[in-house]
Design a protein around this ligand. Structure first.
Ligand code: BGC
Length: 927
């Protein structure tokens, strides 16, 4: 203790907290730190309180918004009473396009302290109206502009005649672009402008380019490939979905130091070329890069573009341009080869040790025209050969043609691949790991010296740059690997839209997969903005009749939608985001879409029974191949549909409650009662047996409260028995799996839930782990015990849907949760469910209020639990198996801990109420 005290004082000194003092940190505007390109008229502010005292609540706050100098104030909220510290809307004078605003906040707490003003944060507005876009859409005069044609280059040089104070580049494209100013790539985002329902919404990006502009001559160079805009998506040569021609819109706003302004616009004076190095680039098929066609200096001022083609101004819509709300796709981890080897077929293959999404970067010094072909695969087959059959029609191939006689760093631009292995053809020299230092991705300058006849390679991951918010680990290494696989499934498939898989000719925003995984996703990473953006496309692509597409953005037929459990994305994700982040706006924004979907189901029902239309059902449920006595777990599709009809209606009622739409609460409560009555009539016997005796049927009926109270316990018993009948194996597909363990836990079958979680043989979560998986598989048996594969037509090794178990691991194993009526962890529940012979488990979550964490361990009959609760929240803590008299907090009996109240006993838990702070509990525990 003697040593600890001075250390604590030092920590407090360094972090600026004196005892009891309160400070404000982590200022965010629309969830982002100092964002650019905000085009909401009332952006919202969030902040966090830090104090070394327990039970801190904010009682009041004050926000002020000014220009940089602090001379002009656009808003001073004055002291406002209240505990709201997230999503407080701006309410000052009208905000102007392309203008930067600075904001600060200070708070008062319930212990009589007031913080100082926080450090200043800022945000910059985007172009608020179509009329603010003075730029013209331009297309190239190139005749070669087609899907299989080259990426196009666009350029413009100009003179910035005065000293530059600040400059912002606004840009979007039809296609996928990389932007350069004076030879340097702008920003660190890739695959821009991202993927939306382009005809209705097209995001633009804003870059602060101040330091890249020169007083004098400058040049802008933009390279644009086909991207999602026009390459094949889905099947049957489904290309040019959004259009045929590549196009660019760009507006550079320059503020000079003397207060004057200048704007550089895309217009018909720009030049273009189809002679650049990217000869073709497609999402599924990969890129052909001919380095011999690199045009030195094309994006710099001195370049002579006289021989270049012209451009044509095009009448394309600007009113669909919208600021980028989600985090951009960025390059993240590097993976070095873990094995460089020849397969039995004699092919040169490299294993990166992790199934990932992104591309390779290579460094090579070869001869002009040398052609290196790189293929991508997720797995090796039984014999150890490179296996690509499961990519179906996707070539997933990059071809690099060397300019030669110099050191070259090459990577693709407008494609991505899902892979763990690459196969290299066209190179017979030595292959080495490539640690490219500053040359990584695009940097200039490197310390690496050219090697003759050697190729260095690294794999670089790409995914939406969401904040890493959650962690989970425990004493069972297989579960830790499962958590790793879930997180990698999320990384690989959260690539601007939530995709089903990243490797085959699909990579689409499948709605069912996304809804199933969304709650888990919200633990691992900050997915608020990611899903907010995507949900806007869900609403945009929803049919006029309320039908929600199978995939969003919808690249299939407009009638391809309305499947139970897929279309319910329209209600499930908004509600899950509300729970995770406590942001009413997402419910407001999506409310019409939620309602339209429920109305669709009602309109397609007879006597409240929704038994029409096409449904995917409990996709990929258990079905053994030689099923003579009927072990397959087939659940009636319309029974499933009725359950989701009720569930979506319930979520709509919940949302209507939050938004105070009381007439809707009444209307849809009445509907819900009818929907449940119809379910009972059609699918349940008087004794409570369901017409489908599958795990999924019982799980959905119980999870969505389809049965009256008196029939629930027997149904849960039937579910538990069913699991035992399959020797403690699950049989659920995409729709039953997310709720399976939750239902078991809710009805007192934790032990059964743990048996399922820890099951190591097929079908189970740990079977793939035992088979060496590094991501979640699409199928429970993607690879069979004898190492042969499931059918190649449907066998992705990176499909996050079954990773939905992560939600149970966070919310039950460690017990981190939020109350619905204190959504976003304003009112926290900590209710661990120890079991499965785990000796310890820990989870943490960066909530809107700050860090929430729990760690429990069981040693020598004692249950010990450390929790951290962020300021400005309250928490109910459930201590399992505890006798209140034996509970100690920090070594002291609860009666001596004034910040904690004992509120009762529930099942075999002692329930405590407290507020922020760190707590260490210990109690007697009998397994
Ligand atoms: C996708 C799925 C999707 C399904 C529809 C598949 O091809 O990969 O994950 O949900 O189709 O059932």
């Amino acid at each position: 203790m003697k040593k600890v005290l001075p250390f604590l004082v030092l920590v407090m000194f360094i972090s600026g907290i004196c005892s009891g003092q309160i400070i404000v940190k982590n200022l965010r505007c629309e969830n982002r730190i100092n964002p650019l390109g905000i085009d909401m008229l009332n952006p919202r502010f969030s902040w966090q309180l830090v104090s070394d005292h327990r039970n801190i609540q904010q009682t009041a706050y004050e926000i002020r918004v000014s220009d940089q100098s602090g001379n002009i104030y656009f808003w001073n909220s004055g002291r406002l009473t209240g505990s709201q510290s997230i999503f407080v809307p701006y309410e000052g004078s009208a905000l102007k396009s392309a203008t930067t605003y600075y904001w600060q906040v200070r708070v008062w707490d319930n212990q009589g302290k007031v913080s100082g003003w926080s450090a200043k944060a800022f945000w910059q507005m985007g172009l608020l109206q179509a009329g603010d876009w003075k730029a013209k859409w331009i297309e190239s005069a190139s005749a070669a502009d087609s899907v299989n044609g080259p990426a196009l280059l666009f350029r413009k040089s100009f003179v910035a005649g005065k000293k530059i104070k600040s400059a912002t580049l606004f840009i979007s494209a039809h296609g996928m672009y990389e932007a350069h100013i004076n030879g340097v790539k702008m920003g660190d985002a890739f695959l821009t402008p991202g993927w939306t329902s382009y005809h209705k919404r097209l995001q633009y990006q804003a870059y602060d380019v101040t330091e890249h502009l020169l007083h004098g001559k400058n040049a802008i160079g933009i390279q644009i490939g086909s991207g999602w805009y026009r390459t094949n998506l889905a099947w049957d040569n489904n290309r040019n979905i959004y259009g045929k021609k590549i196009a660019l819109i760009l507006q550079l706003e320059i503020n000079y130091s003397d207060g004057s302004q200048e704007t550089i616009l895309s217009d018909g004076s720009w030049k273009s070329s189809d002679e650049g190095p990217i000869r073709s680039s497609e999402i599924y098929n990969g890129e052909v890069y001919d380095a011999g066609k690199e045009i030195a200096g094309w994006n710099t001022p001195g370049f002579n573009d006289q021989g270049w083609l012209g451009t044509v101004e095009a009448e394309l819509p600007k009113n669909i341009l919208t600021g980028t709300y989600n985090e951009p796709v960025r390059a993240h981890e590097d993976f070095q080869p873990v094995r460089i080897f020849k397969t039995p077929k004699g092919e040169q293959v490299i294993d990166f040790g992790q199934n990932l999404v992104g591309w390779e970067q290579i460094n090579i010094n070869g001869n002009p025209g040398d052609t290196i072909t790189i293929d991508h695969a997720e797995v090796l087959d039984k014999e150890g050969n490179f296996y690509t059959d499961n990519l179906r029609a996707a070539k997933s191939r990059n071809i690099y043609i060397l300019s030669g006689n110099k050191e070259e760093w090459l990577r693709p631009h407008f494609t991505f691949h899902g892979f763990r292995y690459i196969r290299i053809k066209g190179f017979s020299g030595k292959i080495l790991a490539g640690d490219f230092g500053e040359k990584r991705v695009d940097g200039n300058g490197s310390s690496i010296k050219p090697g003759s006849n050697c190729l260095r390679v690294v794999a670089i991951t790409l995914y939406s740059d969401m904040e890493r918010t959650g962690s989970f680990s425990c004493s069972n290494p297989l579960l830790n690997q499962l958590q790793h696989n879930i997180q990698w499934g999320q990384k690989g498939n959260f690539l601007d839209v939530p995709t089903d898989c990243p490797q085959r000719d699909e990579r689409l925003g499948w709605t069912g997969d996304a809804q199933a995984f969304s709650r888990t996703a919200s633990f691992n990473m900050g997915v608020h903005n990611f899903f907010s953006k995507w949900l806007k496309d869900v609403a945009a692509d929803q049919n006029a009749d309320g039908r929600v597409p199978f995939v969003v953005p919808n690249v299939l037929d407009s009638m391809a939608g309305g499947s139970a459990g897929w279309a319910d994305v329209a209600t499930i994700i908004p509600w899950n985001m509300w729970l995770a982040y406590g942001d009413r706006k997402i419910l407001e924004d999506q409310y019409a879409s939620m309602k339209a979907w429920v109305d669709f189901m009602q309109a397609h029902s007879h006597d409240y029974l929704w038994n029409t239309g096409f449904h995917f059902g409990d996709w990929l449920f258990y079905r053994p191949s030689d099923d003579n006595d009927g072990r397959s777990a087939v659940t009636d599709k319309y029974l499933i549909a009725q359950c989701f009809f009720a569930h979506s209606t319930q979520l709509l009622i919940n949302a209507a409650g939050v938004l105070n739409h009381s007439a809707d609460v009444h209307r849809y409560t009445d509907l819900l009662n009818h929907v449940k009555e119809a379910f009972m009539r059609e699918y349940v016997t008087p004794s409570g047996r369901l017409v489908s005796s599958t795990q999924t049927a019982y799980v959905l009926a119980l999870q969505f409260n389809m049965l009256p109270e008196n029939l629930r316990a027997q149904a849960a018993q039937r579910l538990a028995d069913n699991v035992r009948n399959y020797d403690d194996h699950l049989t659920t597909g995409f729709l039953g799996t997310p709720y399976l363990c939750h239902v078991l836990s809710r009805f007192g079958y934790d032990t059964v839930a743990y048996k399922l979680l820890l099951q190591e043989t097929y079908p189970s979560w740990l079977y793939p782990v035992k088979m060496g998986a590094t991501t979640i598989w699409e199928r429970w048996d993607g690879q069979k015990p004898d190492s042969s594969f499931q059918t190649p037509g449907m066998n992705s090794f990176n499909h996050y849907a079954y990773g939905a178990i992560g939600d149970w691991m966070y919310r039950n194993v460690t017990g981190l949760d939020t109350y619905d009526d204190g959504a976003g962890y304003k009112k926290i529940i900590i209710r661990p469910h120890p079991g499965g012979n785990l000796e310890y488990a820990q989870a943490s979550l960066e909530t809107g209020y700050g860090k929430l964490s729990v760690q429990w361990k069981i040693t020598a009959g004692k249950f010990m639990m450390d929790v951290e609760i962020p300021a400005n929240t309250v928490a109910s803590i459930y201590l399992p198996g505890a006798n209140v008299g034996e509970v100690l907090e920090n070594g002291k009996p609860l009666s001596q801990t004034k910040e904690i109240t004992v509120s009762g006993k529930e099942r075999n838990y002692i329930v405590l109420q407290t507020g922020s702070g760190t707590y260490h509990f210990s109690s007697t525990y009998l397994r």
